[in-house]
Ligand binder design. Structure first.
Ligand code: NAD
Length: 351
């Protein structure tokens, strides 16, 4: 198991260091090699995703990613900005399935902006298609109409193959959980989404044990706030998934707690917290490393098939929360807080 560690910018190095400590303490025999990415790579090598970093990623079995983003580089041409590194990795490695669990831990139920009874015990998984849809469809652009007015246009497109492969991922994920899959589309208005629904239903015939339901995206956005516990696994396209997964993450109220995985057909994956580089708190040892530690657990489960080891890390995180250990972002008023390394220490002790 060769893991490529890409710490990136801002709080990235601080939080990945804690996840690396946890992985080492597990004694699983994995090797880890680090490379610069994002703004750090631009400063060191003139590009946010240098060839040497991409090659190391390709030669590895999985990637542990911190975060990229550096506001002082936002004036660079788009192709040199730090965020291009993550887009480049997704494209180069064909990471088409994005897994985002949204779990509400009992101890953090107050952190949600929804009522405790609505979110207590929530454990859902959103699977977002990541490499197709209107974000990549061509033609796109801004042109000038004969009347002199400018017009912007983008193209929503999905091939059957693209829909089929992410649908399989959705059904297989549901099979490992509570056997319910909700496919979210907009089949009532969009032809692309009509095809989406038809293909998902076809694929569903191969998974008779999974209860398949469909929701239009506008209804799904509402249901996620009204009764989020009705869902087990949601599978959806790139744009709808972008919006719904951010909405779902806020049900938990704590951006510093949420891991994610982006996988290709061979279960090669990039694992990262859902938050960004948080420049406002970088270098202060106050960032919450738990989302990155939980991303490492997802890596063990999805890329290496080490479910028991992943369970151990997740149980250690739960224990630490039950003990009342809190970084500032998840502390209730009046609670004592610990720093990034102290939170890592607590997880190691719990392990
Ligand atoms: P952000 O997620 O970095 O921060 C949003 C807020 O949440 C900030 O107040 C931050 O302090 C807080 N926060 C985030 N992670 C935290 C943690 N682990 N512990 C405690 N608090 C935490 O989003 P932003 O401020 O909009 O963006 C900052 C930079 O990150 C930008 O350059 C953006 O493009 C980039 N970004 C990168 C990724 C990625 O690498 N995948 C994702 C989102 C944003």
């Amino acid at each position: 198991m060769k893991i490529c560690v890409l710490p990136g910018d801002g709080i990235g190095p601080e939080i990945t260091a804690e996840a690396v400590r946890v992985l080492k303490a597990m004694n699983l025999g994995c090797t880890m090699e680090e490379a610069p990415v994002g703004g750090a790579a631009y400063r060191a090598k003139g590009h946010p995703l240098p060839d040497s970093t991409l090659q190391l990623a390709k030669d590895s079995d999985a990637i542990l990613f911190g975060a990229v983003g550096d506001f002082s580089l936002d004036t660079l041409p788009r192709e040199l900005r730090p965020e291009q590194a993550i887009l480049g990795l997704r494209k180069e490695l064909n990471l088409f399935a994005n897994f985002r669990p949204a779990i509400v831990y009992p101890e953090l139920v107050q952190a949600s902006s929804l009522k405790p009874e609505v979110v207590a015990g929530l454990d859902i998984l959103i699977i977002r298609e990541l490499t197709g849809d209107i974000y990549f469809g061509k033609p796109r652009g801004i042109h000038t109409l004969p009347n002199g007015e400018r017009e912007g246009f983008d193209t929503m497109r999905y091939s059957e193959g693209e829909i089929r492969r992410v649908a399989h991922v959705g059904f297989q994920a549901a099979a490992k959980r509570n056997k319910r899959l909700c496919s979210v589309d907009k089949a009532n208005v969009l032809d692309t989404m009509q095809l989406w629904r038809e293909v998902v239903i076809e694929v569903g015939k191969e998974y008779p044990d999974i209860a398949l339901t469909h929701q239009y995206v506008d209804n799904a956005a509402m249901q996620l706030l009204k009764n989020p516990k009705q869902f087990d696994v949601i599978v959806t396209g790139n744009m709808f998934g972008d919006i719904l997964s951010d909405e779902a993450s806020m049900l938990t109220g704590s951006i510093g707690m949420l891991p994610s995985a982006s996988l290709n057909e061979k279960n090669f994956g990039l694992y990262e917290p859902i938050h960004g580089s948080a420049p406002d708190i970088a270098g202060k040892n106050i960032a919450n490393p738990l989302a990155t530690i939980l991303s490492a657990a997802m890596m063990l489960r999805y890329s290496f098939g080490l479910g028991a080891a992943a369970d151990r890390i997740e149980a250690a995180v739960k224990r630490v929360l039950a003990q009342g250990v809190r970084t500032a972002d998840i502390a209730e008023a009046g609670m004592a807080t610990v720093g990034t390394t102290e939170m890592g220490d607590a997880v190691l002790a719990a392990l």
